[in-house]
Design a protein around this ligand. Sequence first.
Ligand code: NDP
Length: 256
Amino acid sequence: MNTPAVRLAGTVALVTGASSGIGEATARSLAAQGATVVVTARRKDRLEAVYADIRASGGTAHVFPADITADGEAGSLVDRVLMKTGRLDILVNAAGIMLVGPALDAPTGEWQRNVDLNVSALLNLTHAALPHLVAAARDQGRGVADLVNISSVAGRQAIGGAAVYSATKFAVTAFSEALRQELAAQHVRVSSVEPGAVATELTDHIRDGVREHNEAWYAALETLRPEDVADAVTYVVTRPRHVAVNELLVRPTDQV
Ligand code: NDP
């Protein structure tokens, strides 16, 4: 059976991590489907380049730079989006970092940064967005709203050498499934997209001595492109109202 995709004209999507990689590709893809896309991350210049491309392709976007780990920023970001657009139909939590390495003697500041962005910021942003997603599902024509969390293969199988990163992604997967159960009756779909290796800037921040090992592992694969994951997210949010794709695991074909 073939279920036709529903275009996103009239909707508003907030995409975190939109200055690079998966978030950036997702912002472009949702804009191409007709959504007004609010792009957020810390690097304003990169967001403005994404904005300009979306505009040049006939789409609509707004740039709201923010460090979503800063105190109160997640809530204030959602407030600003609502002031500008009046609604929020889709939240894609793509911002994340992957500071991996052996736990023995690891700088615990890295652990904290993993948790602050991958878990705490995602929770805070989701908490601020939820009332608006519920309202969009109730009041707007599509009759459904979407929360998409970018988890990881590491959110389904714990990976030695990436203990804290895995822990953060297990948290994202668990939070998504629990929230899905809570919000199903209100027609807010909560989905977890779990990529394997994607060629992005994610590995750039790994500490010296570990990064080389990680990059060699990526280089041995025919990695996914950010657009491949953006396709998965776009698939999720363009299903008809009665179809919820709860979880999508997307790996490079040659990733074991
Ligand atoms: P990138 O490094 O390309 O993107 C990360 C994004 O997060 C950037 O836009 C960055 O923007 C943003 N970000 C980082 N810190 C903050 C902050 N404090 N406040 C706001 N935004 C912030 O990596 P990916 O695109 O690969 O990562 C996207 C998601 O995909 C992450 O959650 C990652 O864990 C997940 N993932 C990635 C995989 C991969 O192989 N690449 C595999 C599995 C999952 P800026 O620096 O401008 O703030």
